[in-house]
Design a protein around this ligand. Structure first.
Ligand code: SAH
Length: 243
């Protein structure tokens, strides 16, 4: 593939899309092939070892693993551990940037949407390091496509929520009309199924869209004994319009 001329001493935040390597943009791929180093987020798995959707996508793109570096963002760790890890990664990235290297940091979905790259862009801005962001496909758009439903038509409202702690927040958004997307759905935990059963909500549940283990349903029975994982989201609307 035709290579890109990358700026030296420049940080690139590169969106990888939600999991399907086919949704990595040509721009992202060219940039990753040409970057001197590629940093990716990983999480520690409960039984030891680490897992990284971002690295899985990089593998599918046949990226040279020797230039890939891990940012270890264990979900079970507290916020200050994550802050320390961001600071550690940034100091290593900064060294490379000051040596006039081109550094890419990747993120699942789009880099501007609840993304792990945001703290690193803040560090870059503070240090006066130039950076750019490469847009990508966010998970909720891939989920809408998998469902074959338009998320919004004409002048419809589209609301995106994330990490809600109660169904009231979703209800309030639904009352405003249109389609509501709930990302980081696992924060709702056991509240999800009783709420879906009790109301007149049309919904589409999407887990690991485009990844190994993809699970999609608009049937509440299929969710009854299901543990809601981190990589899941809900698309819903009043009166069953989105199912
Ligand atoms: N930057 C990402 C969002 C990161 S926040 C984007 O643009 O999509 C992490 C949340 O994204 C997860 O909790 C989940 O709700 C959603 N998500 C990311 N990838 C997903 C996938 N393949 N399938 C379902 N949900 C996904």
């Amino acid at each position: 593939m035709k290579s890109m001329r990358l700026d030296q001493g420049h940080l690139y935040a590169v969106s990888l899309g939600p999991g399907d390597p086919g949704l990595v943009t040509l721009k992202a791929l060219r940039l990753l092939e040409d970057a001197d180093s590629v940093w990716y987020p990983a999480t520690s798995a409960p039984g030891g070892g680490t897992s990284s959707i971002a690295l899985d996508i990089l593998h599918s793109c046949a990226l040279d693993e020797r230039k890939c570096r891990r940012i270890d963002l264990s979900m079970s760790r507290n916020r200050s551990d994550a802050e320390k890890e961001y600071a550690r990664s940034w100091s290593l990235m900064l060294e490379e940037l000051l040596q006039k290297k081109s550094v890419a940091v990747v993120t699942v979905g789009d880099a501007g949407l609840y993304s792990t790259v945001t703290p690193l862009l803040e560090y870059a801005a503070e240090a006066g390091i130039p950076y750019s962001v490469v847009a990508g496909v966010p998970a909720f758009l891939a989920a809408g496509a998998a469902a074959g439903i338009p998320l919004a038509c004409h002048a419809d409202r589209l609301t995106v929520l994330a990490g809600v702690g109660s169904v009231d927040e979703i209800e309030r958004a639904l009352a405003e009309g249109g389609t509501v997307v709930v990302m980081k759905l696992s924060t709702l935990g056991d509240l999800l199924v009783p709420w879906l059963e009790s109301g007149t909500i049309g919904f589409f549940y999407a887990e690991k869209v485009g990844m190994k283990g993809e699970f999609l349903t608009c049937n509440v029975d299929a969710l009854r004994s299901r543990k809601i994982p981190y990589f899941s989201l809900l698309i819903c609307s009043q009166s069953g319009k989105s199912s």
